[in-house]
Write a protein that binds this ligand. Structure first.
Ligand code: FE2
Length: 144
């Protein structure tokens, strides 16, 4: 996989991760509703705020951006969730997806460093850092 491909996979995965966190924010139910609604809200807002910059960083290295559900579902490493899950299942699934995000971001980061695209790799490193923090909050919320 070349840098442009890896960056687009990371981007499409990031968009899908954002959508899933927003989906869980909307649909979570139960006695801890407000707590989970706010946690998922915190995650989707942070990720959504990175999307435009992410796309424009990839445009800056000369690649066109995927911007359709067809292309996203082809490229994304994050599977769609179409069921309404229990809160604990939502946390677990988003936690596992967050680990996948760390993998795809690292792959794009390594290729970006190899290519000497340090602006893009800085951005990808920041995304990894943000996902480390999401991972911590999701893991801490899963602890019994
Ligand atoms: Fe909301």
């Amino acid at each position: 996989m070349n840098l442009a491909e890896a960056a687009k996979v990371a981007f499409a995965s990031e968009f899908s991760f954002y959508l899933k966190a927003h989906n869980f924010h909307w649909n979570v139910e139960g006695p801890l509703f407000l707590q989970y609604h706010e946690l998922f809200g915190k995650v989707y807002e942070e990720v959504y705020a990175s999307i435009d910059d992410f796309a424009e960083k990839i445009r800056a290295i000369g690649s066109y951006m995927p911007g359709s559900y067809t292309r996203f579902s082809y490229l994304s490493q994050i599977d769609d969730e179409v069921e309404i899950l229990q809160p604990q299942q939502m946390l677990q699934e988003l936690y596992e997806d967050n680990d996948k995000m760390l993998v795809v971001l690292k792959m794009a980061y390594d290729l970006s460093e190899q290519a000497g695209e340090h602006g893009l790799s800085n951005f990808l490193a920041e995304r990894m850092d943000a996902h480390r923090k999401h991972g911590w909050m999701l893991r801490a919320s899963l602890k019994q």
